[in-house]
Design a protein around this ligand. Sequence first.
Ligand SMILES: [Zn+2]
Length: 396
Amino acid sequence: MARPFVLSNARVANGSIRDLAVADGCIVNPEHTALGSAIHISLPNCIILPGLIDSHSHLDKTLLGGPWLPHRAGDSVIERIDNERRARPALRSGLRDRAEALLCLAVSNGTTALRTHIDIDDEVGLANLVAVLELREAWRGRVEIQIVAFPQSGIRRRTGVDELLDEALSLGADLIGGIDPVAIDGDRDGHLQVVFDLASKHAKGVDIHLHEMGEAGVASLMRIVELTAANGLAGRVAVSHAFCLGSVEHSSAAKAADALGRAGVAVITCAPGTFPMPPVELLRSAGVRVAAGSDNVRDLWSPFGNANMLERCMLVAYRSGWRTDEALLRSLDLATTEAAAVLGMDGHRLEVGMPATCAVFPVSHVPLAIVERPRPRLVLSGGHPIHDPERLLRQH
Ligand SMILES: [Zn+2]
């Protein structure tokens, strides 16, 4: 059995100094009898945060670890899908290595859990899913991985994708995905009906990519709200991107936010470059859970991305015009408390009895962490060091 340890003199997110005592992988009361033989590690001028959560990633798309590929896709979603379909066959053999390179990068930035969308279509079939299911097993206990069965190329415009999605959920995918029911499939009701029928059949959650802009996008959002209520899926449905909420009049966005809040539909944002940003404050004031994700990291969709959730929170704050300490503190929620709620990770808190899954950053408070985005000194998953460049727990 591993020796217990105590991380002391660091601050937690609310600014208070607190000893974090760990025995048998869990956070224990500092007076716990098992701590008699504990290792004590003093971490002054550091903060301890729950392990960061990346709520939107694509493990099967990254080119990390391979040679640099110049970006050649056009700007539209359809052009990027077609470009990827042309290039993807030559990249299939190295998927595991590239996905592991992305996981290692994420961990080195303090991430301990992520939700990944995995392509399922008429060309790649279930091959990427099978590879990532194996990867999830290999990484169990280090990084918690949620898998979304993602119809990247559409459902209605491709043959047999609905059956593949059905099989993917039987094989172990955690959620059913979807994408732009009108812009990609040209069939809002048909696309969303397949998605929600499969969610109901397999009792799984939903996470839909929605890049559609303006009132057309809001109409898709409202249909998702209706289907969430009709299928009793409150709290288990998320819409990723939701650019439309940042591209319509305030009154329309406010009405949509209220509907999302009442229906228990979350929004996941990646603070996208030039696309309209969903109004995070408006959503949160309407009771909508909002989380953040990296989305593309060095892949055929974008040369950017570094799997750094502090940076993603900074980008949300930057694009939202947040500057006060209070606002910067709130931006962190998108990768901690709010993300845990969206992903249904109830035990992801620095409380006695919970797994010791956390990251220690060399800054004295959260606003500085958001501004400077330092690498962590230590990352723990269930009490085990998964990133420990200084060998702080070397005796452990
Ligand atoms: Zn995505």
